[in-house]
Design a protein around this ligand. Structure first.
Ligand SMILES: NC(=O)c1ccc[n+]([C@@H]2O[C@H](COP(=O)([O-])OP(=O)(O)OC[C@H]3O[C@@H](n4cnc5c(N)ncnc54)[C@H](OP(=O)(O)O)[C@@H]3O)[C@@H](O)[C@H]2O)c1
Length: 275
């Protein structure tokens, strides 16, 4: 029997790359949906969506830069409509917790008529090793507006395990899985765990939202990204997400990975000891 093609949007990113690895390892045909894919896919150019959806039965949908940005729900709605027109019924959306626009995108997807599943995730562990928090960790100090609020950081490997399961198994239609790690950590505590794993001093200083905006702007970060990061580090970290959820356990029948295990393995790669 010919297996249907799975489109992994953001298939070179933190979650998508891991999902591609898992599907490929189980001999499932995959198409990477990104600007650098063999069939290029660009959220900003809807003309690229239809070719990327050709012969696709299921898609993992990670929006870029973030479902929190204005216009995301409209893009998700248009993408779902195009997917259904192309015969792609199964859509799995990567979403974020406590973000108004992300939840609006989930609602648009649920109303689209697709066979949908939502993976509503907390902050990824890998933000510290594969994203915007890597450079400050390498430099030895985090300056962020996050205070004493705990965040249940989730591992991108757990998200990928869950995504691969819901894309390939029955029983997940119409589900919203909230994916978190197994414990709450403040950003200062997360920095301390990484410090212990690396044997380095890594400090944490809480700054104001305005100071974050000023420092990112001075580094030349574009204004819309500055606005997004400030929103994520303030509004979304106001305590609304300071609780654990059982999505990983529900889908995989095992607990999520602890931040200390992530930090140990990431430290062993040498990623945090660059010159
Ligand atoms: N980080 C977190 O803590 C967190 C938590 C919850 C939810 N999320 C959600 O995660 C999503 C990001 O997923 P991720 O972290 O796995 O990805 P990522 O590591 O940020 O990688 C971005 C991916 O998107 C592609 N991309 C960039 N610009 C694109 C464009 N204009 N059109 C199409 N593809 C584009 C990139 O490939 P190319 O460069 O080749 O295009 C890459 O594959 C966001 O929607 C965010 O809301 C993140």
């Amino acid at each position: 029997m010919t297996q249907t093609l799975t489109l992994v949007v953001g298939g070179t990113g933190k979650t998508g790359r891991r999902i591609v690895q898992r599907l490929t390892a189980s001999d499932r045909p995959v198409r990477i949906g990104s600007r650098s894919g063999g069939v290029p896919f660009d959220w900003e150019d809807p003309a690229t969506w239809e070719p990327a959806l050709e012969n696709v039965g299921a898609a993992y949908v990670s929006y870029y830069p973030d479902l929190a940005v204005p216009g995301a729900p409209e893009a998700i709605g248009s993408f779902a409509e195009m997917a259904l027109k192309s015969g792609t019924r199964r859509l799995v959306l990567l979403s974020g917790r406590g973000e108004e626009e992300a939840q609006a995108s989930e609602e648009v997807l649920a109303a689209s008529g697709a066979d949908w599943t939502v993976l509503r995730c907390s902050w990824f562990n890998q933000n510290f090793s594969e994203s915007h928090l890597l450079d400050p960790i390498v430099a030895g100090h985090l300056y962020l507006p996050a205070g004493d609020v705990g965040e249940p950081f989730v591992d991108a490997d757990d998200i990928a395990d869950v995504a691969a399961a819901v894309l390939t198994q029955d029983g997940h239609l119409g589900q919203i899985y909230e994916l978190t790690g197994p414990r709450l950590l403040t950003f200062a505590e997360a920095a301390a765990v990484i410090a212990a794993a690396t044997g380095r001093d890594i400090g944490y200083t809480r700054i104001s939202a305005a100071e974050l905006t000023d420092s990112l702007t001075a580094e030349g970060v574009p204004a819309d990204v500055v606005e997004l990061l400030t929103y994520l580090f303030t509004t979304v970290l106001d305590g609304r997400n300071a609780h654990l959820c059982d999505g990983v356990q529900r889908v995989l029948g095992r607990p999520p990975r602890d931040f200390a295990d992530y930090a140990r393995d990431a430290a062993a790669t040498g990623i945090w000891n660059q010159e």
